[in-house]
Design a protein around this ligand. Structure first.
Ligand SMILES: NC(=O)c1ccc[n+]([C@@H]2O[C@H](COP(=O)([O-])OP(=O)(O)OC[C@H]3O[C@@H](n4cnc5c(N)ncnc54)[C@H](OP(=O)(O)O)[C@@H]3O)[C@@H](O)[C@H]2O)c1
Length: 209
């Protein structure tokens, strides 16, 4: 797939390197594609990765992965050009100070994004675990779970494939409105990792009988 990853931080690096290594064409959309830290990222991501400004990265891709602070998403999308028909994978977490959700339980960050890009196909994924787990989701040979949700079945299928290629077991949590739960689950992961002292080397795994 041709994938624009918006951002060049922890999540962008983990996902971009993983997918580039598996043959996908990755363009990191950066505010400063020539920056030394972006060039350093490209060196570690290999020949399938490049960097560009937002409109160029999106123009050459059919998938857009949002890996920026939630508060930066709207402005990034305004610079994206035409996103009609493209798959937007939303990895962001709208978190208010004090580790609280930014929205009440009548909406979610992902639903806000779908409102800002109504002609795109929005899927929520890669928000309920740490970036280290995106680089390596295996715990003693067992795959961590990646929860996804969205209203577009084809978009969810492509997202599931991308998650499985990284080594996750995928659980489809249903419609995009389930992003409210996924965003709360992210708060639990962060609470466990940071507040209870469990650390970042933890991941959710759904067990089924
Ligand atoms: N870190 C995790 O473990 C984790 C896990 C799950 C979900 N998330 C979510 O994923 C998103 C990215 O997290 P991250 O930890 O990868 O963040 P990060 O390391 O801080 O990187 C964010 C990237 O966003 C870009 N950016 C664009 N506009 C920005 C702005 N106004 N302010 C700051 N950065 C801006 C920057 O790239 P350029 O400077 O190149 O434009 C930057 O490298 C967040 O929404 C976070 O909640 C994070």
């Amino acid at each position: 797939m041709k994938i624009a990853i918006v951002g060049t931080g922890q999540v962008a690096a983990a996902l971009g390197k993983g997918w580039a290594a598996r043959g996908h064409m990755i363009t990191f959309a950066s505010r400063d594609p020539a920056a030394e830290r972006v060039q350093a990222l490209l060196e570690t991501a290999g020949p399938n990765a490049s960097a560009a400004r937002m409109a160029d990265a999106v123009g050459r891709s059919s998938v857009i992965v949002l890996a920026v602070p939630f508060t930066a998403v709207r402005e990034r999308l305004e610079l994206a050009g035409d996103v009609a028909g493209k798959l937007i994978i939303d990895c962001t977490n709208p978190i208010a100070p004090g580790l609280r959700p930014m929205f009440d339980n009548t909406t979610s960050g992902a639903e806000q994004i779908a409102g800002w890009a109504p002609r795109a196909r929005v899927v929520k994924a890669f928000n309920t675990t740490g970036a280290e787990n995106m680089a390596d989701p295996l715990y003693n040979g067992q795959a961590a779970t990646m929860f996804i949700c969205g209203d577009d079945e084809l978009g969810k299928g492509a997202t599931a494939q991308l998650a499985e290629e990284l080594g996750f077991e995928v659980v489809d949590a249903g419609a995009l409105s389930a992003a409210r739960h996924l965003e709360n689950l992210a708060l639990l992961w962060i609470h466990l990792a940071r507040v209870t002292g469990l650390g970042r080397d933890v991941a959710f795994r759904l067990m089924r009988r």
